[in-house]
Design a protein around this ligand. Structure first.
Ligand SMILES: Cc1cc2nc3c(=O)[nH]c(=O)nc-3n(C[C@H](O)[C@H](O)[C@H](O)COP(=O)(O)OP(=O)(O)OC[C@H]3O[C@@H](n4cnc5c(N)ncnc54)[C@H](O)[C@@H]3O)c2cc1C
Ligand code: SF4
Length: 440
């Protein structure tokens, strides 16, 4: 049976893909939470934020109605603090470190307060930042994702003229094209990019792909420095028989299609298996369910103790009715008439390994799931061709922040192999510092 093309009505779309963490409904509701903060002198919440947002300071500013100050405190540390308040896995970062956890009480809802402090500022483009007089220096950035945008903003504030080359037709990177719409809406992504650009001194050239429309040589010749922030690209293959069958898709493409169609009209199966248990797998599974799949099963080769997603994300999938099979690894995908019909998995067991991390080992047992769609979400691989043809890799085959080409720097997912938005933003800030040091 072919995959169904679901056309959700306006109301269904709003219900299924609307904001999963709604904002505070009133100032007094925000104040009640802000006033619970103990303003800890050693602020473990700040220490656990990769961009070191001064959490007690901005919460204090909210309590004194200094909303401009609160937004400035957040956005100087993290120019995408609004986006991060929606997508950060806060339960393993700031909120997970909040001292209230030690008292077995609800942590301060830092993300919700951060969103409260930044939403209006971003929507109304409050001019919190000033750009220094132009220094005459020009930098090219490849990729308008979190790393590229954060680097661009930091450089432009110092009077550097920045041109971003972006292969898609919108900015925001995976914020716009990857992360589930119920975490961050397309409209907010656009507002956030516009806010960053409102500083001035940053131009984005869309539909410009490095390696196709432009070359690294040209950028080196035309700019004083280059910052590469093109993310990690291609979905990792399972390398098992049957991967070419119709109905087997990769999660990045599946989510990209949902995010780029104004109206989700994405083919989805009735019986869907999602391979993996990271954020991408959870996003793919929940969205397949919300698009109307009857049964969605997440298949992971280890146990809950080792899963890369957070407990909160797992709970979203469970609440959406997704099933989970732990300790199962895909062996082959079977089909009829070129279409996927079954997913065959090895049952695994965990054995202690020398490095202390339990290793999944294949047992004799097999399980077979009837499926009409398989979504692969087992990670991404670097853009090998792009990296290799430009001689950007070190002897371990990786790109470093200071590449082996003079004046060419890199950061974000393309260097760290794929972490979170907040890490890419911090990398962008650090990349800007390296570039400023190089230029002046
Ligand atoms: C499905 C999914 C869900 C995720 N969910 C979360 C989440 O909930 N929370 C979280 O914090 N993180 C999440 N992440 C991770 C997060 O999105 C990334 O860590 C972050 O976006 C990395 O930022 P970046 O700027 O390094 O790269 P990207 O966001 O990938 O941006 C790279 C940009 O470069 C452009 N580009 C690529 N190649 C070229 C080229 N050759 N020429 C020109 N432009 C190019 C791309 O179009 C893109 O705009 C998720 C990732 C995925 C895939
Ligand atoms: S750890 Fe919690 S209580 Fe302490 S400053 Fe941070 S948010 Fe406030």
């Amino acid at each position: 049976m072919p995959l169904r093309n679901n056309r959700l009505t306006d109301d269904e779309y709003k219900q299924q893909f609307g904001d999963i963490h709604p904002p505070f409904e009133s100032h007094s509701a925000a104040l009640v939470e802000a006033n619970r903060c103990l303003f800890c002198y050693d602020a473990p919440c700040t220490k656990s934020c990769p961009t070191s947002i001064n959490v007690p300071k901005f919460i204090k500013q909210i309590t004194t109605d200094n909303m401009k100050g609160a937004a400035y405190t957040i956005l100087t540390a993290n120019i995408m603090g609004g986006g991060c308040s929606r997508v950060c896995p806060v339960e393993k970062l700031c909120e997970g470190a909040c001292v209230f956890n030690l008292m077995e009480e609800e942590a301060i809802p830092i993300a919700k307060l951060q969103r409260y402090a930044t939403d209006k500022v971003i929507r109304e483009k409050w001019p919190l930042f000033e750009r220094k007089q132009s220094t005459g220096k020009k930098v090219a950035i490849v990729g308008a994702g979190p790393a590229g945008l954060s680097c661009a903003h930091a450089l432009s504030r110092e009077g550097v003229d920045v041109t971003i080359y972006e292969k898609e037709s919108k900015g925001g990177g995976l914020m716009t094209y990857g992360i589930a719409a119920y975490k961050v809406t397309p409209q907010f992504c656009e507002e956030e990019v516009d806010y960053i650009l409102s500083l001035g001194g940053i131009e984005i050239l869309y539909n410009q792909e490095l390696g196709k429309d432009i070359t690294l040589d040209t950028l080196q010749n035309n700019y004083d420095a280059v910052y590469l922030a093109f993310g990690v690209g291609l979905a990792r293959q399972l390398e098992i028989p049957g991967e070419q069958l119709s109905g087997v898709v990769n999660a990045i493409n599946f989510i990209y299609d949902i995010r780029t169609n104004n109206y989700p009209a994405i083919p989805v199966g009735d019986m869907v298996a999602v391979i993996g248990m990271g954020m991408t797998a959870i996003d793919a599974a929940t969205q397949a369910k919300r698009l109307g799949a009857k049964e969605v099963t997440l298949v992971y080769r280890r146990t809950q103790q080792e899963m890369p997603c957070t407990e909160a994300e797992l709970n979203i999938a469970k609440l959406d009715g997704c099933k989970i099979i732990w300790l199962a690894a895909p062996k082959e995908i079977l089909g009829e008439n070129g279409k996927v019909t079954r997913l065959v998995c090895h049952v695994m067991k965990l054995e202690a390994s020398a490095n202390g991390r339990p290793t999944p080992v294949i047992t004799d047992e097999i399980i077979t799931l009837p499926v009409d769609m398989v979504i692969k979400a087992t990670g991404q691989m670097p853009f090998e061709q792009l990296v290799h043809s430009n001689h950007l890799e070190n002897d371990k085959g990786k790109i470093e922040s200071v590449t082996n080409i003079k004046g060419v720097f890199a950061g974000g997912d393309c260097v760290n192999g794929g972490k979170e938005v907040v890490d890419a933003i911090q990398a962008g800030k650090e990349g800007a510092e390296l570039i400023l040091e190089y230029l002046f």
